[in-house]
Design a protein around this ligand. Structure first.
Ligand SMILES: CCS(=O)(=O)c1ccc(CC(=O)Nc2nc(-c3ccccc3)c(C(=O)c3ccccc3CC(C)C)s2)cc1
Length: 244
């Protein structure tokens, strides 16, 4: 890998991250004290479990669509087989959404951006999965503590997505080559920022992401059994395709 290639790779991934990030950091930073008032919180809490799940699934699917766009512009991703691209997105897209959402987490009032304002955990009460919500908030806290730059988040997101250890890959070797080039990119960026120590902290975050996403899948299975009609006919097709 000549240095020029690595610089080009990083520039491509950072540009793709910026162009597919759905909201810009400064845009949401300006909103970070826009909180839901008592009536609005009451309205969310009086939604039924299936109504709130459907509401969130639609929002989450919107965020996932931007991650699909991001993936398509990662050098080498499009050279993978269709099946391998789907396999990587099936397991990685939620992880990238969580990494992205953590950027807008307000650690001062423990709120996350949701539906145009910032929401505390109480807004999600009617989802009836408090442990998942707590885990998402804890993960976001952990990510904020690392104070990653947008460039570091872009490369980290690409690395989360391009993972050769994902199950049922047709051409593991090919995915490994793309993964290695992205790893080079992230190491290069961290070296340039004089923050090599972040690398092992990022790999620890990946482990937390894995458990968080399996908790999400577990809750989704619980929800689909309890509300089969909503899960099968009212959830966005992409959500079902990727998570069900
Ligand atoms: C991701 C790109 S972005 O520009 O950063 C961005 C873009 C858009 C938004 C707005 C947004 O959709 N926020 C959502 N927040 C939560 C949420 C919910 C519970 C706690 C914490 C955050 C959503 C979820 O549906 C969610 C997310 C993670 C795990 C579980 C769930 C709920 C399950 C039942 C589907 S959607 C925020 C940020």
């Amino acid at each position: 890998h000549s240095l020029r290639n690595i610089d080009e790779l990083c520039a491509n991934i950072v540009r793709s991250h910026r162009e597919t990030s759905q909201y810009r950091v400064e845009e949401l930073h300006a909103l970070r004290w826009k909180l839901f008032n008592r009536e609005e919180i009451q309205a969310y809490q009086s939604k039924s479990v299936d109504e709130m799940w459907q509401h969130c699934a639609i929002r989450l699917t919107e965020a996932v669509q931007y991650v699909v766009e991001f993936a398509k512009h990662i050098p080498g991703f499009r050279m993978l087989s269709q099946n391998d691209q789907i396999a990587l997105l099936k397991t990685g897209s939620m992880e990238v959404v969580l990494v992205r959402m953590s950027r807008f987490f307000n650690t001062e009032n423990n709120t996350v951006f949701f539906d145009g304002k910032f929401a505390g955990t109480e807004v999600f009460k009617s989802l009836a999965c408090g442990d998942l919500i707590t885990a998402v908030f804890d993960f976001a806290h952990g990510m904020c503590a690392l104070k990653l730059t947008e460039q570091q988040i872009a490369l980290f997101s690409a690395l989360v997505l391009i993972n050769a250890d994902r199950p049922c890959l047709e051409d593991k070797g090919r995915v490994q080559r793309v993964q290695r080039s992205v790893e080079f990119g992230l190491t290069h960026i961290l070296h340039r920022d004089n923050q090599e120590s972040l690398m092992h902290k990022l790999y620890q975050r990946v482990a937390v992401l894995r458990s968080l996403c399996s908790l999400h899948m577990e809750k989704l299975r619980w929800f689909s059994q309890r509300y089969p009609l909503t899960a099968h006919s009212l959830f966005p097709p992409l959500y079902k395709e990727l998570f069900a």
